[in-house]
Design a protein. Sequence first.
Length: 506
Amino acid sequence: MRTVKRLLWACMFSVLCFAAAAPADPNEANLVIHAALQPSPLEANLHRLTDEIGGRVPGTVAMQHAMAWGIEAFKAAGADSVHTEGFTIPYSWSEGATEMSATTAYQVDGTTVGGGTVLSPFRVRAVSLAWAPALAPVKHVPVIDVGDGTPTDFKKAGDVSGKIILVHTVVLKTWDDLFAEYTKAPPVIDLAMKAKAKAIAFMATREHDILYRHTNSAAGEIDRLPMIIVAREDGERMARLLAAGNLVWADLSIPNQIGGPIKTSNVVGEIRGSEKPDEFVILGAHLDSWELGTGALDNGCNAALVVDALRAIKASGVKPRRTIRFILFSGEEQGLIGSHAYALSHRAELDKAAGVIVYDSGTGKTTGFSVGGRKDVLFTAKELIAPLGQFDVKELKPDMEWGTDHFDFMLEGVPTFVADQEEANYLENYHAVSDTYDKVDFPQLKKHVAEAAALSVELADLPEKIGPRLTHDQIEQTMRETNSVEMLKADGIWDDWVGGKRGRQK
């Protein structure tokens, strides 16, 4: 009952805040913006997706329910057509009841081993990294502090063979911190493998015992070592004990369940173009999430945005010149697998793609868009976002970004627009137990619906596409001009690009 009352209040708030008069300048962008700001099923849709369905890992029953949600939501929003496009993820994965405890001394047959002062084991709150292998229960395994996990740190730590290594992290505060968390992990794993460590324990980058889920697997493969994230406070306790000269032993069990290939699907709704139906704009967000929370900020709110943008365009009466495809991608968290599969299966028609727009950063205020290094689109794009000035959306960044579902389209030479957003409350709740419906800023999300719907229509209505599809050589030139090569190397993408496994090859 309390949830029902909350939803009713949310709907009343929407009516009070967004039931505005018709726009004074009735061009198509303003008509769409006006329709987007009207009361809609946005809150109820997200409530269904998060509170009722919950976290959405591909291969689970929850993900099946989420795809059905997407189909029905697109139909209710008025899509001209709705369909799914399946693809395969190499392995299924789920976590069992990961358990860890630590002590500075333990007894064997009445004899104390270690000489430390903590005789009773203390619980270490921990979760497995996703798509990491299982670890059968082990007892009294030494814990070794390897600092930040640099080669120097490993050398200083000495022999870590058969041991659990404890890796320090910084508290997550900025987007740069988040990307560093991903790029720093693979070299640590490389060193741990070479040194034959038994497992890696990364300190959580969040305080207050907040646990979360990541994967260091790049494309749905099972990773090389058992890995856990330990609550920051517990990790720091072990580090202090070790720094004080104690030896620390841990009992650890990671009973992950790993299976064979799983099939999942992207969900696609369309508004058919009135003049150039074979050309298309994509507005996308990923539907899948991790399951410790309910995937509200990452990325349920933006899945609901995509659906509501379709509704707004239909409600506005605007008939876009080109087709607009509204896509809910799956498998994003496992390595952008769904959007990669879509780009590959539609590669033959990407010359007709007029732009790809992606939202994937919660409900922090939109400041502008990253345009994938495309300086050639900047002039026209500035004109297209002018109507969004009322939301203070003004910036265009000519850089290339990694980490969300525009990526493979960008590597295929298609113009891309990724919403740049303020951090707001996104980072502290990222992939975490706390990523839930109550964290969503609905007034701001309504503005994002308006932004996304308007930009989609404007791209679809240009007399000519905003820019051509770049060739392989032009894409690589853009990588070098934007200093993106090192980023791609750090993310493990460069070798795939050079080897022809990813991106446009002619």
